[in-house]
Ligand binder design. Structure first.
Ligand code: HMG
Ligand code: MG
Length: 320
């Protein structure tokens, strides 16, 4: 027998954890930006609708970046209007510069994210800039977004290790986080872009951020699962008080400008753990799994998520 009865974990709460976690779903952006082929716009829109139907309330929809840099998301202008009216769903989009912000504003986006790097190598690979130049590019974006009443997230990549530079010192990460916060970002998402973090490292970074005046309530975690550490790292963050966790349906993802980045933490694996701990997410695991099984069919390969594989037969059967 490969699935638990009813396809749900047994609930056994543990002390010192939040009652509720907000999942910031990144599959449609972080996941699909990394596909070899370009997924048709209507399939992306259907993916976002199904994620919303599964109970996800924050769904990162796309990126308004240079289409030559990320051709997989070059249809942002066509996609966003197809999903922007979903009720009760926050739909953040990535914008690297004022050109990206203009495109997002023109379509009525209410939430944007800039994306910085803790390392020079990744800033160059991802944004064609030094770390300082990238931050200078973001400053007017954040200022104008705040003036328009938008919510602004600041991603920080390579918070734990970098494929070119190796381990990344915690104080360097803290320094860039402070600059993003001083710029006006409402929330910071700590990216383990290549999945090398371990739980003690996560705890150390969160503690040093607090000591530098960055409150836990403004922090989210963004783990990739390259070395199978994403759930352990998430638990460490929850124990520290973090209540916003990024994840990607079916474990889609990676990063086109960091070849050693594999899939993100799978949303289904995260939901299995959170529900097992009695932590509310608002997500219907069966519907979510059925969505990832459906998308895997569209992409022509199975989902890497353990939970999708364990429940997938039942979910696809249920849907048909
Ligand atoms: P650049 O080549 O230095 O651009 O790229 P530029 O500023 O010199 O401008 C060159 C041309 O691009 C100009 O056109 C601009 O108008 C145009 P021209 O005058 O030559 O005709 N342009 C744009 N067009 C459309 N939309 C725009 C835009 N900006 C400029 N927004 C740039 C600099 C930042 C644009 C480029 O490097 C870029 O788009 N990078 C995006 C890379 C990306 O999206 N990476 C993936 C997301 S980050 C990630 O996945 C990590 C994360 O998940 C967290 C984690 O895991 O760590 C968030
Ligand atoms: Mg990522």
């Amino acid at each position: 027998m490969t699935t638990a009865p009813g396809g749900l974990p047994m609930t056994v709460p543990a002390d010192g954890l939040p009652a509720r976690v907000r999942i910031h779903e990144v599959g449609a952006r972080d996941g699909l930006q990394n596909e070899q082929g370009v997924v048709p716009t209507e399939v992306k829109a259907e993916f976002v609708r199904r994620l919303a139907d599964a109970g996800l309330t924050t769904i990162e929809a796309t990126s308004f970046v240079h289409p030559k840099w990320v051709p997989q998301l070059a249809d942002a202008e066509r996609l966003f209007p197809l999903v922007r009216d979903l009720e009760g769903v926050r739909l953040p989009v990535l914008v690297p510069n004022e050109r990206g912000l203009d495109r997002a504003l023109a379509l009525g986006a209410r939430e944007v994210a800039v994306f910085a790097s803790a390392t020079e190598s990744f800033a160059r690979a991802n944004l064609n800039r030094t770390v300082d130049e990238a931050l200078a590019m973001f400053a007017p974006v954040v200022t104008r977004a705040v003036e328009h009443g938008l919510t602004v997230r600041g991603y920080l990549s390579m918070c734990f290790g970098d494929p070119w530079e190796g381990p990344v010192p915690v104080d360097r990460v803290v320094a860039v986080c402070r600059r993003l916060r001083d710029m006006g970002c409402d929330e910071l998402s700590l990216g383990d872009t290549i999945g090398v973090a371990t739980p003690g490292h996560v705890r150390r970074l969160l503690t040093e951020l607090n000591e530098a005046g960055v409150p836990t309530g403004t922090l989210a975690v963004h783990f990739h699962d390259t070395y199978g550490q994403a759930l352990a790292n998430t638990l460490a963050a929850l124990q520290h008080g973090v209540t916003t966790v990024d994840a990607s349906a079916g474990g889609l993802g990676g990063c086109p400008y960091a070849k050693s980045a594999t899939g993100n933490l799978a949303t289904e694996d995260l939901v299995w753990m959170l529900h097992g701990l009695g932590i509310e997410t608002g997500v219907d695991l069966g519907r979510l799994t059925a969505t990832s099984v459906w998308l895997a069919g569209e992409l022509g390969r199975p989902s890497p998520s353990r939970t999708v594989r364990a429940l997938g037969g039942a979910a696809s059967h249920k849907e048909s």
